[in-house]
Design a protein around this ligand. Structure first.
Ligand code: COA
Length: 158
């Protein structure tokens, strides 16, 4: 039986940090589902369709990855598909504060679903989607942080 992991996030937009996590998850799992959330507690710059399409383009050459948007609770959507493994990335100790909470919430909602954490590579530790948006808005260079398709769309937005 093939192993499947779900890598959920807002991906507003997808960054090299996310892509590194996805590629490294593929060493542990046969398939990674990149799950782009509609319902997060954040106001997004990009629509769900835009975020899904950017992730699809950025990952078009990565075998074993599927990008899907979802609405509602992550764990309920996973149950519909019979998936039971969540992968999340941790960049530094501070991230654990929120990640711990999310994992506990999900565990309380669905005890059959497990969360595993992978530590991000230090070279991506400074990257976050909001930093990318901030720098792009101020006409700064985001090419070291995001794939070319994202750079182009950000130029169009700002
Ligand atoms: N490299 C670079 N950046 C990374 C990263 C990595 N390895 N891992 C995370 N990040 C960044 C993201 O870019 C993002 O940056 P930002 O805060 O500047 O936008 C931040 O870390 C974390 O955001 P994200 O991964 O999108 O997580 P989140 O805390 O917004 O939660 C979901 C998103 C999808 C997990 C959560 O909202 C969810 O499950 N929503 C569905 C509804 C639900 O089930 N709710 C109950 C559970 S909370």
């Amino acid at each position: 039986m093939s192993s499947i992991a779900v890598y959920p996030g807002t991906f507003d937009p997808i960054t090299f940090g996310h892509i590194d996590m996805i590629q490294r998850s593929l060493r542990l799992f046969d398939k990674v589902i990149v799950a782009v959330a509609q319902d997060t507690m954040k106001e997004t710059l990009f629509s769900l369709t835009e975020r899904v399409n950017l992730a699809k383009t950025a990952l078009s050459n990565t075998a074993g990855v599927e990008v899907q948007g979802f609405r509602g609770l992550l764990v309920e959507w996973m149950h519909v598909h019979n998936w039971n493994m969540i992968v999340r990335g941790v960049r530094w100790a501070d991230d654990m504060h929120d990640e711990w909470k999310i994992a506990m919430i999900n565990k309380n909602l669905a005890s059959d679903i497990e969360t595993v954490w992978l530590t991000a590579l230090p070279k991506y530790g400074h990257i976050s989607a909001s930093i990318v948006r901030h720098i792009a808005q101020l006409q700064g260079d985001v090419t070291p942080m995001v794939p070319a398709c994202v750079v182009e769309v950000l130029r169009g937005k700002y």
